[in-house]
Design a protein around this ligand. Structure first.
Ligand code: CTP
Length: 397
């Protein structure tokens, strides 16, 4: 159980949110000790940080008084979690390269505790190839990231890079805590469909769609982290597989249905795949050659996996969750899908103008028989966490 946090505040305009974060953490009886970098102290004062945290604020590596109170090595080990919020491009780069030229970076090198990073930076700095490389390095090293969010920036630009809100950070910490310790879904089994499916036209051509699989992969990872015995059934994608869940790779809708049915009985089914609605009847065994004539594809409808799983008499999972990809009248169409397919929950999103496919963020309307809830725009990882929290609450109610 996380009872104490070492909060490293680096120099970004979003540092003001860290003050609210400290307050909220204290409300949950989490002890907060802060390290303020030199540039962090340009945005918030040591006095306000000390007053809110109720603890001494550490800033300098070679401060004899501080080192006497608590050495930097001791500081790096003194709490249950090290949280960097806001994390600038600079600290992320230093972490990725293992530099230690101040107290914050030295602690991050010396700590033996889990580290969570909450980036906050300009949209172009976020998308810069060097930043993305550094982030991937840190993810591979086991560092957890929270956010960033998309929106208006202090510099006047718009896009990804806004620091997550204090409550979102707390939710992620709780989820992480749950995943480490309580494993609230440890007695549950789940399967998740993700990615596109492919329907062959001939040996080199197929019908498919833009789905990246990111949302389904994030959900499978989150359920696994919560302790669920999780299987990810995925169409062809180009993204790294989640670590932990069992993986079944498929191509066609029929293969995906087959793989889902083999997972039964299961407690939770989540259909996030963008399944091709049609398959080709007149597919060819050899490459179709140009003839100068028009040709037609004869298509027949694929099985609807969500529908089939939801309407099973035997072995229906007790919670069946679908997605609704809509380009208009999102809520109305999603509700129709909820009822016609017979699933329990639908996560609806607006996929018009490339808003969701292949992106790292998602904006969900969460719909059940009795609730319609508009979620803020957030990362697909955060959508997965929020969904997992709802699942945990559902089963514990
Ligand atoms: N789905 C499925 N099998 C299919 C088609 C869709 O399991 N053959 C699931 C998707 O995984 C998603 C939900 O059904 O959870 C809704 O998918 P969506 O693409 O939004 O809608 P469709 O059912 O395909 O309907 P339409 O294309 O007419 O909107």
């Amino acid at each position: 159980m996380i009872k104490s946090i070492l909060l490293i505040i680096t120099g970004g305009i979003a540092a003001y949110k860290s003050l609210e974060l400290i307050r909220k953490l204290k409300e949950r009886n989490i002890d907060v000790t802060c390290v303020l970098t030199k540039s962090g102290s340009e945005f918030v004062t040591p006095l306000s940080v000390a007053s809110l945290s109720g603890n001494h604020v550490f800033s300098e590596l070679f401060n004899l008084t501080d080192e006497n109170k608590m050495g930097h090595i001791e500081l790096s080990r003194s709490t249950d979690l090290v949280l960097v919020a806001p994390a600038t491009t600079n600290i992320i780069s230093k972490m990725a390269y293992g530099s230690c030229d101040d107290l914050a970076s030295t602690i991050l090198m010396a700590t033996n505790k889990p580290v969570m990073v909450v980036p906050a930076m300009n949209v172009r700095m976020w998308h810069n190839a060097a930043t993305q490389r550094n982030i991937q390095t840190l993810i591979d090293d086991g560092i957890k990231f929270i956010g960033p969010n998309k929106g208006d920036m202090a510099c006047g630009e718009y896009g990804l890079g806004r620091m997550s809100e204090p409550q979102e950070i707390i939710n992620s910490i709780i989820e992480y805590d749950n995943s480490l310790i309580h494993q609230p879904l440890k007695n549950f089994s789940a399967f998740v469909t993700a990615g596109p499916t492919r329907e062959k036209i001939d040996p080199v051509r197929f019908i498919s769609n833009e789905s990246s699989g990111k949302q389904g992969y994030a959900i499978a990872q989150s359920l696994f982290n919560m302790g669920a015995k999780t299987t990810l059934i995925t169409g062809p994608t180009n993204i790294p597989l989640p670590e932990g869940p069992s993986i079944i790779k498929v191509n066609t809708a029929e293969e995906m249905l087959d793989a889902c049915e083999q997972q039964l009985p299961a407690d939770i089914a989540i259909c996030s795949a963008a399944v091709s609605d049609y398959r080709v009847n007149n597919k060819k065994n050899s490459k179709i050659k140009k003839t100068g004539e028009n040709i037609s594809l004869d298509l027949s409808e694929n099985p609807d996996i969500l529908n089939r799983i939801s309407k099973r008499n035997a072995n229906r999972p007790s919670l069946v969750i679908g997605f609704a990809a809509e380009t208009g009248e999102v809520e109305k169409n999603a509700k129709l899908k909820l009822y016609s397919k017979g699933c329990d929950w639908i996560l609806a999103n607006d996929v018009s103008d490339g808003k969701v496919f292949n992106q790292d963020i998602n904006k969900i309307t969460f719909i059940t028989d009795s609730i319609t809830e508009k979620w803020n725009e957030m990362s697909k990882d955060d959508v997965a966490s929020k969904l997992s929290t709802n699942i945990i609450n559902h089963f514990s109610a």
